[in-house]
Design a protein around this ligand. Structure first.
Ligand code: SF4
Length: 290
């Protein structure tokens, strides 16, 4: 894998440091409502975990108000049916290391390679439940104004990621519900049939596990980052959250934040990435030799 040039890495570190200085200043002048301590909660309760894959299937079908099954799955039943069955008969539909859930990928490095590949379409998504309470775009929305002058945005980890991924070709996604993730993934698969859909999203463990088999059905690859804090660890809490009722705040822990930022740092390249693609460099070489 080609390493990002030193200059790009230095620029990234400078941007990150500047952002952090502004965030610290905003924190002193305009403190946000945050979790004082990280609650010790199980990620999914024992009873919720029982038959979770079956519960996920029932939930996804029952609340399919976007008609994803009719619009996409039933239009290609053999392809999707085969992949879904294959996922169901495998013991694990993902692998996990700490807060990172890998779907058809083994390492973070592999994701970076995929993101940098011009034949991939990269979706970078964030669950609404870790938006600050004071978010100017509202929490239960698919919007993020990321206003550099706003003291809330200045302290928001989502804002930091959005700012630091300016040079990465990607589709941002501010996630409201598990169906919302599915909708955007189906749309991307339809819109870019020749590209590999890759993703990096944050979500609670329950969502990451419920989405796994459907992700395999779509044939997409990526990493789901598990949230901590006031997560939804029962189906009841999950259903309420899916309807915008989420009084608690979730967080990406500091060490996991750094790991996400390292992924974003390592896949930095100019937006007009076609000019840096192997195909372009090969054409350029040929024209020089002529
Ligand atoms: S950066 Fe986006 S998500 Fe964060 S507070 Fe601002 S608008 Fe909300």
């Amino acid at each position: 894998m080609k390493k990002p040039s030193l200059q790009i890495l230095q620029d990234f570190e400078i941007k990150k440091k500047n952002w952090e200085e502004k965030a610290n200043k905003a924190k002193r002048e305009h403190p946000l409502k945050i979790l004082k301590t990280l609650p010790k909660m199980v990620f999914i309760t024992k009873s919720t975990h029982r038959f979770l894959r079956l519960k996920a299937l029932i939930y996804l079908l029952k609340y399919d108000s976007m008609n994803l099954v009719k619009k996409y799955v039933l239009k290609n039943p053999l392809k999707y049916g085969f992949r879904l069955l294959k996922s169901y008969i495998s013991i694990f539909s993902y692998t996990q290391k700490d807060d990172f859930f890998f779907y058809n990928l083994k390492t973070k490095k592999e994701l970076v390679q995929k993101i940098k590949d011009p034949h991939s379409h990269f979706i970078l998504g964030f669950s609404y439940c870790h938006k600050p309470f004071e978010c100017p775009s509202g929490r239960f929305t698919d919007q993020c104004v990321n206003d550099p002058q706003n003291p809330v945005c200045k302290q928001c980890f989502i804002g930091k990621c959005v700012y630091l991924s300016e040079n990465i070709a990607h589709q941002p996604l501010f996630i409201k519900t598990v169906h919302h993730i599915g909708e955007k993934m189906f749309e991307a698969c339809k819109q870019y049939p020749k590209k590999k859909i890759v993703f990096l999203i944050t979500a609670c463990e329950l969502t990451l596990k419920m989405f796994a088999d459907w992700g395999n059905m779509l044939g997409i690859q990526g990493i789901g980052v598990r949230l901590q804090g006031r997560v939804c660890n029962t189906m009841k809490a999950f259903e309420l959250s899916e309807n915008g009722i989420k009084p608690g705040l979730t967080v990406v822990t500091k060490s996991t934040q750094e790991e996400i930022l390292t992924i974003l740092r390592d896949c930095q390249f100019p937006l007009d990435f076609k000019k840096t693609s192997p195909k372009f460099r090969f054409k350029k070489l040929i024209s020089k030799l002529r």
